[in-house]
Design a binder for this molecule. Structure first.
Ligand code: ACO
Length: 382
């Protein structure tokens, strides 16, 4: 008898991981046993990269070693830099990022990847994205500064000036919080690709492709579009009620795993309250409240809460990331998690090849075709 299928693989456990635990019922998130929100307040992105990959926070000397290997990788090799301007006009940032990550894999030893194979992707993804973004807007490129921290360096390359340290720190918290999230769609996609003994660039570009969709990482700019459409807090209830009545999905609400508030949303809300303009934050809070109430009424049995993307958009706007770069910025933050997850996959690999329950026609004879195949289809020598 065929096994029961689970649409969207909901509830299906596809393997074991020691990296990240997502507590869906209780609304918790731990990286290697540490609470992600506490980590975001205390550690740098560089430290979370080490933690995710190696299982422990780095010592002072390990962190120094990591930075010494990492920061000099920031500039793009000349052959890659030349390609920045060759990305077709009109490409979306996620398309540019996907292409860049794919190109970064040229010549890399395929399988199994080592820790050091992952670092160029993490180090260069922000350089590629910032260079492409500035070039696509006719702005001069800003070469990376190999002395700045990872997140400050990203802001520096985007804006062409040293970032405000508080805003850079707010963005770094976002980077740490979003660095990994268990077996989400993009990580699963990456693991599937690597499990065929393919290379990390193929796996990571598949991950970027999965992250691009609005049901995963494409939502935060849509959240801001929604806030703009609502306009003022007084409109929130009516606007949301109408959207729910039209059966539209409210961006920034709902999650496959969390049956309560996403802990990242809780922390990002605090960061947004601190750094966003007061009117923006008040509007976001009013829309969140109206959204939660409307969803509770419309679907009393379906726990739908605020997810990470709701306040992510507000935070990214507050730190000055252009709206069109929100998803790609999520992508460069997530390279940490993809790298760690790919190393874990490679360390205990088995090809991921699930099954599907067949619901098509029973076996049947091929009908006699009234028209003979065209003569050109028959090889001349036959
Ligand atoms: N607004 C309105 N209704 C919703 C929402 C929402 N945001 N989310 C889920 N629902 C409804 C669905 O329509 C569905 O109803 P139905 O059973 O009558 O068809 C029910 O709740 C269950 O939803 P599913 O889509 O089955 O839940 P799933 O676990 O597959 O999807 C997802 C989770 C994709 C995040 C979904 O909640 C959603 O589309 N949210 C809006 C987009 C969004 O915020 N994306 C960012 C996700 S966070 C991240 O990936 C980093």
């Amino acid at each position: 008898m065929a096994a029961k299928s689970s649409p969207g693989l909901e509830g299906v456990v596809v393997g074991e991981t020691k990296i990240t635990h997502v507590g869906g019922e209780e609304g918790t998130l731990h990286f290697r046993g540490y609470d992600a929100s506490e980590l975001s307040e205390q550690i740098s992105y560089e430290e979370v990269v080490h933690l995710l990959q190696k299982g422990e926070l780095p010592t002072v000397s390990e962190l120094q070693e990591l930075k010494a290997a990492w920061y000099p990788l920031r500039p793009l090799p000349p052959e890659l830099e030349q390609l920045v301007g060759k990305i077709p006009k009109g490409s979306l940032p996620m398309e540019a990022l996907r292409s860049g990550i794919s190109l970064m894999g040229a010549g890399l030893k395929a399988f199994p990847p080592r820790d050091l194979d992952m670092l160029p992707f993490i180090a260069r993804a922000p350089t590629w994205l910032a260079m492409w973004y500035r070039a696509s807007r006719g702005l001069p490129s800003v070469p990376p500064d190999t002395t700045l921290g990872h997140v400050s360096s990203y802001l520096y390359m985007l804006e062409g000036r040293l970032p405000d340290p508080d805003l850079a720190r707010a963005l770094e918290e976002y980077f740490v919080l979003l660095s990994d999230h268990g077996m989400n769609a993009s990580t699963f996609a990456a693991r599937v690709v690597l499990s065929t003994q393919s290379d990390p660039a193929s796996a990571m570009s598949a991950a970027v492709g999965a992250l691009k969709g609005p049901l995963h990482g494409g939502a935060p700019s849509l959240v801001l579009d929604m806030l703009d459409a609502v306009g003022v807090p007084g409109n929130a209830e009516r606007w949301i009620a109408e959207a729910v009545a039209r059966k539209e999905r409210l961006m920034g609400f709902g999650h496959r795993v969390y049956r309560t508030e996403d802990p990242r949303a809780k922390r990002l809300k605090q960061i947004a309250q601190r750094y966003a303009r007061a009117e923006r934050f008040t509007l976001a809070e009013a829309v969140e409240k109206a959204g939660l109430e409307a969803l509770r009424k419309a679907r009393p049995n379906q726990p739908l809460y605020t997810n990470v993307e709701f306040y992510a958009g507000v935070v990214l706007e507050a730190v000055g990331i252009p709206r069109e770069l929100f998803s790609a910025t999520f992508g460069i933050a997530r390279t940490a998690g993809w790298a760690a997850q790919l190393l874990e996959q490679a360390g205990n690999n088995r090809i991921i090849r699930p099954d599907a329950s067949y619901t098509g026609p029973e076996p049947r004879p091929v009908p006699i075709r009234s028209v003979a195949p065209p003569a050109a289809a028959v090889p001349r020598s036959a």
